[in-house]
Design a protein around this ligand. Structure first.
Ligand SMILES: NC(=O)c1ccc[n+]([C@@H]2O[C@H](COP(=O)([O-])OP(=O)(O)OC[C@H]3O[C@@H](n4cnc5c(N)ncnc54)[C@H](O)[C@@H]3O)[C@@H](O)[C@H]2O)c1
Length: 290
């Protein structure tokens, strides 16, 4: 029996490498579409500029058509992953057009399932020129998305683009609003700055290990009937050594609408919905990695 095939975009990047590893470990044939090669080749990479729809079609065509039952879906992580490293228009154009192209090609080639990397930055606080606090805590999927930066805006647009393609073809598209993605070498760096509790306030001290991102992506591809949804993907706990109550009292005292008891180091990004929809469970906990 031939292996199941998964397409990963951005598989040469920080999170993507861990997605590639996970899907290979789970028995998938992985094809990476990225405009740069990974440091270590783990699977076939097709150098592709995802801003060019012709290239996206050309890269995907051999895995679709008569062979399309072999393609389980596309996990699309390629992006400029933050605001202000590039000019605003470049970030917006790259992130919005490469996502549009992936969805357009998937629709045209009959690929039925796509996962998108959205972000907690879509809520707007992370890159706002003047910080504003969440309207309530923990932030959940219903919290307004209010970006002023082109990165956060690109993620909001991509979630709306996903809805349009779902309407067009019925394809399943799950957008993960990701907390700060950590890889094994990230933990010591954050630990060294535990005393600077202000430092990770804008991301609500959130984190999610890339290995836990990978398992959620696989569930979103393997499950059927999910339609189009945006789900927060964040750890149960924070990346701070302080209690969450203490962090909120020190840095977010203006937020009066607190919707769960702030026990221990509980996360301020709610992952209740992803657990309910995907049955996803966190495996990698911050303090165990130190
Ligand atoms: N790193 C985080 O903490 C974080 C948090 C929330 C969301 N995200 C999202 O997760 C995804 C992965 O983030 P990351 O930190 O691994 O980023 P990264 O920059 O390490 O990896 C992104 C990869 O995408 C590729 N890429 C970008 N634009 C491309 C294009 N047009 N065509 C082909 N390849 C292209 C890059 O070459 C790179 O290998 C991104 O969508 C990012 O917005 C990241």
């Amino acid at each position: 029996m031939s292996k199941k095939t998964i397409i990963i975009t951005g598989g040469s990047g920080k999170a993507g490498v861990w997605l590639v590893k996970h899907f290979i470990e789970q028995g998938y044939e992985v094809i990476n579409l990225d405009w740069k090669l990974p440091d270590e080749p783990l699977c076939r990479t097709i150098i592709t500029d995802l801003n060019d729809l012709g290239q996206v079609h050309n890269a995907l065509a051999p895995f679709s058509g008569t062979n399309r039952s072999q393609v389980e879906g596309i996990v699309h992580f390629a992006a400029i992953p933050q605001a202000y490293t590039h000019t605003n228009d470049v970030c917006f154009r790259n992130n919005v057009m490469n996502t549009y192209n992936v969805l357009e090609a998937a629709a045209n080639l009959g690929i039925q399932k796509v996962v998108l990397a959205s972000s907690e930055s879509s809520y707007g606080m992370v890159f706002a020129s003047e910080y504003f606090a969440p309207q309530y805590l923990p932030v959940d999927e219903a919290h307004p998305q209010l970006p002023e930066d082109s990165y956060g805006l690109s993620k909001v647009v991509n979630e709306v683009t996903a809805e349009a393609f779902h309407r067009r073809t019925g394809m399943q598209v799950i957008s993960f609003r990701l907390g700060n993605i950590l890889i094994p070498e990230s933990y010591a760096t954050i630990q060294a700055k535990f005393a600077d509790t202000e430092g990770r306030k804008r991301i609500l001290w959130s984190y999610i290990d890339a290995r836990d991102v990978a398992s959620a992506c696989r569930l979103a591809i393997e499950k059927d009937g999910l339609g189009v949804q945006a789900l927060i993907l964040a750890a149960d706990d924070t990346s701070s050594d302080r209690g969450t109550q203490e962090l909120v009292a020190a840095h977010l005292a203006q937020v009066t609408d607190i919707r769960v008891p702030l026990e221990g180091r509980i996360s301020l990004l709610s992952n209740a919905k992803i657990k309910q929809v995907l049955g996803w469970e966190q495996q990698i906990y911050f303090m165990d990695q130190l």
